[in-house]
Design a protein around this ligand. Structure first.
Ligand SMILES: Cc1ncc(COP(=O)(O)O)c(C=O)c1O
Length: 358
């Protein structure tokens, strides 16, 4: 069987949207656009024309940046949209399932719930720094499990999934499930992208985003990297003109060599700041435990999380609390900020007096 047989049958019969494409040296009387451009636009390009149905120059540029052939890449509105697209393309409501490894990125569950796909859970092993247990994961999957979401490095634990674990899962579910490796934070890790395994595994899908390492969360741009047959399927479901003219311009600009060099410097600085912040946090009496991280955040367990919540809120510092999630009592995810922001956090936490018997 080919891997595209896993798609919903009604998607396999669709064609990608083709109307009102961009053609050089033509008079555009086919798209009901305005022939004039409004003044006072905050953007520097005219806005009266639709953008490209699919931004081809951006696709090629991103493919270069991620070192994959352009046919293997689909540009999306952040990797959030890619998760939604995958679930809508492959999961039949009330019939198919996805497998996730909690605690992990919450949007896999949200988009599965929206589509009516069952969510199967293979919890991370808390006693082993939140590692993925291959056996538990493979056993959790059913015949109609279409997608397995692996987040590497994982949000919120920060841990990278070893290549051997990913390979075991890819192998075990070869013709049965697509293995989606979400690499939103991989640039902050010690690992290369697993996209280099694409030739070997047709059931591999990799998600990338420009929101984190390239500091473009406001632009909403990410991508799916997969076999061309899968990209073609997803392309039929993706909204035409998904990326707006200013976003395409902004991201093309961010991918110029000098901007990428600037980003690379900042990624290195973020990793150094993460490790320094972790070192400082580890010394504080309020901190019970801090996990090693391969991302731009750290997961920290506090002796008394309510006191930390109050002190940081009073100081206007926003942190992401996870106490309500299984295995994460007392845990907070802390994003690496600027040097001043990190100092401010350490200052506030240093001033909390601790009763470690709580
Ligand atoms: C693991 C993971 N995947 C995907 C996303 C979505 O990122 P975006 O939609 O901004 O590309 C996030 C955002 O926080 C994330 O943590």
């Amino acid at each position: 069987m080919t891997i595209t047989n896993l798609a919903r049958p009604e998607i396999s019969c669709l064609y990608g949207y083709e109307s009102a494409g961009q053609m050089a040296n033509t008079v555009r009387l086919h798209a009901n656009e305005a022939s004039w451009s409004g003044s006072g636009t905050p953007f520097d390009q005219p806005m009266n024309r639709y953008p490209e149905i699919r931004p081809e120059a951006l696709r090629s540029r991103l493919a270069d940046w991620y070192s994959v052939p352009r046919e293997n890449l689909l540009v999306t509105r952040g990797s959030s949209e890619a998760i939604d697209l995958l679930i809508r393309t492959f999961c039949r409501c009330g019939q198919d399932s996805v497998t996730i490894t909690p605690p992990t990125f919450t949007m896999y569950q949200v988009y599965a719930d929206i589509q009516g796909a069952q969510v199967l859970k293979a919890p991370l092993v808390a006693d082993d720094d939140f590692s993925v247990d291959c056996e538990t994961l493979i056993a959790a999957c059913k015949t109609d499990t279409k997608l397995i979401f692996l987040c590497s490095p994982n949000n919120p634990t920060g841990r990278l999934i070893p290549r051997a674990t990913i390979l075991t899962i890819l192998e075990a579910r070869r013709d049965k499930s697509l293995v989606v490796v979400d690499e939103a934070y991989v640039e902050f890790s010690r690992s290369n992208s697993v996209a280099e395994l694409l030739d070997e595994y047709e059931n591999l899908i990799v998600l990338r985003t420009l929101s984190k390492a390239l500091a473009l969360a406001g632009a909403r741009c990410g991508c799916v990297v997969a076999r061309q047959e899968i990209i073609d399927l997803l392309d039929r479901v993706l909204a035409p003109y998904a990326l707006s003219t200013p976003v395409i311009g902004c991201v093309m600009n961010a991918l110029l060599p000098n901007r990428l060099a600037f980003a690379a410097k900042n990624i290195k600085a973020t990793v150094a700041a993460r490790d320094e912040l972790a070192e400082q946090l580890r010394k504080l009496p309020v901190v019970e435990r801090i996990w090693p991280s391969d991302a731009n955040f750290s997961l920290v367990r506090f002796h008394d999380v309510d006191v930390v919540r109050e002190a940081t809120a009073d100081a206007g510092i926003l942190l992401r609390h996870f106490s309500d999630e299984a295995g994460l009592s007392g845990c907070i995810r802390i994003t690496v900020g600027s040097a001043d922001e990190n100092d401010m956090l350490i200052n506030v936490l240093s001033n909390i007096s601790v009763n470690t018997n709580v």
